[in-house]
Structure formats: structure tokens, C-alpha cells
Design a protein around this ligand. Sequence first.
Ligand SMILES: Nc1ncnc2c1ncn2[C@@H]1O[C@H](COP(=O)(O)OP(=O)(O)OP(=O)(O)O)[C@@H](O)[C@H]1O
Length: 227
Amino acid sequence: MAEAILTLQDAAIYQENNRVLNNVNLEVKRGEFLYLIGKTGAGKSSFLKTLYGDLSLLEGEGSIVEYDLKKLKEKDIPYLRRKLGVVFQDFKLLPDRNIHENLLFVLKATGWKEKAEMNLKIEEVLDKVGMKMQAHKMPHQISGGEQQRVAIARALLNDPELILADEPTGNLDPQTSVEIMNVLKNINENGKTILMATHDYALIMKFPSKTLKVEDGTIFEVVQRTV
Ligand SMILES: Nc1ncnc2c1ncn2[C@@H]1O[C@H](COP(=O)(O)OP(=O)(O)OP(=O)(O)O)[C@@H](O)[C@H]1O
């Protein structure tokens, strides 16, 4: 049996004083690809924010990539984030520097020092997402799908154990969404665990995988045909 990379027991998720989710119990095993679905406002983003330390876990127990979410301190968060790769709907690339410099910025911010090592790492992650030849371009010179590829490459820089993707195809057309899914699936097949929030049921049908649903204030696993 693969070991658990994420577990939650009787967890509640809060936004300010509002309890958004309750009785959350789940276990994600190393190597899994999981979807997180649910209506707008159901609490998917709040859930993911709790996992990457943006919201505190106030009730229940939780552990992610060996961090205890209940005991997480402010000073732990940068280290937790290095073991997680987070991908957002809106790419969040820095507009004032090229692709290479965007990735270099993250490496420097996470403690890398050796220029040659940094350049090699950047080349390696851009190669994984098919963007090696475009490292000199500015974010506005590449398409949305290409920007998302770069954002995925950025998430891979510190060799994370788990990738959290919040609607990574939300701003992309159907064909580009399929291309991004192929990139994510490929990364998953190479051993990374991925938890991906999405509204895109067509994509789920095309790339079936274990699916969690956020509904009525909690999270539960659904079988594919009922999503
Ligand atoms: N900063 C905040 N303060 C208080 N309540 C919030 C805050 N952010 C979100 N909420 C509330 O928490 C609930 C869950 O929001 P959340 O953004 O997690 O939903 P979601 O499922 O990710 O939706 P979407 O698909 O639109 O991103 C909503 O009722 C929302 O109004």
C-alpha cells in the first residue's frame, strides 16, 4: 500500500468566522491523481488554501507532506510550500520579467544560490512542460495555455511531493485544457501526486480519475458516472 501524503480527520474549514466545510475525512495516497469538484462557492478554494497554509486548520486533524496542519506555524509555511507545488487558474506570472527570470525569481526566493544549478533546473522543468525554447519570452508574448505550462514548470522547481491545482484549466479553451491535462497526467505518471480542483466535467470524462466532491458543507468521494 502506498503511504498517505495527505490526511484529514474530522476537519472543519473556516473562512474568517464562517465554517465552510465540516466533517472532512480523507486520505490521499502518494502517486494518486484526484479531482476536486463542486459548485462555485462550495468551498474548493478554501479547502486548498487550508492545505497550503493560507487558512489555518482550526478544528480536526490534518497532515500534509509530513506537516501537521494543526500545529503549523507562520515560519513553517515557506518550507511547507517548497514541498507543495501550487498552480492557479490565473497563472500568476510576474509580468515584468521573462519566463527564465520568473523561474529564477522563485529559485532565489527559496534559497538556491548556484547559478549553473539554477539554470539547469529551469531548463529541466521547462523541458517537462514543452517550453524550453521559449524561456526568453515575456509572459505577454505567450498564449494562456503556454503561460499555464510555465506556471506548472514553476510549481515543479523544488521537486514537490504534491501538486495542488486550483482550476488550472479555468481560463483555457477546451483544446488547450486537454493539452494542459496531458502535461499534468504526464507529471503524475512520473510519480507526483496531484489534487486538482475543476469545474470541467468534460475533462473529467476524458481523463477519468478518483473524484472528490465538495457539497453540502463537506467532501466525499463520488463514483465517476454520478459526477
Ligand atoms: N475571505 C473570505 N471571507 C469570508 N468568507 C469567504 C472568503 N472567501 C470565501 N468565502 C466564502 O467561503 C465559501 C467558499 O468559497 P470558496 O472560494 O472556497 O469556494 P469555491 O468552491 O472555491 O468556489 P469557486 O469555484 O468560485 O472558486 C463561500 O461561501 C464564500 O463566500
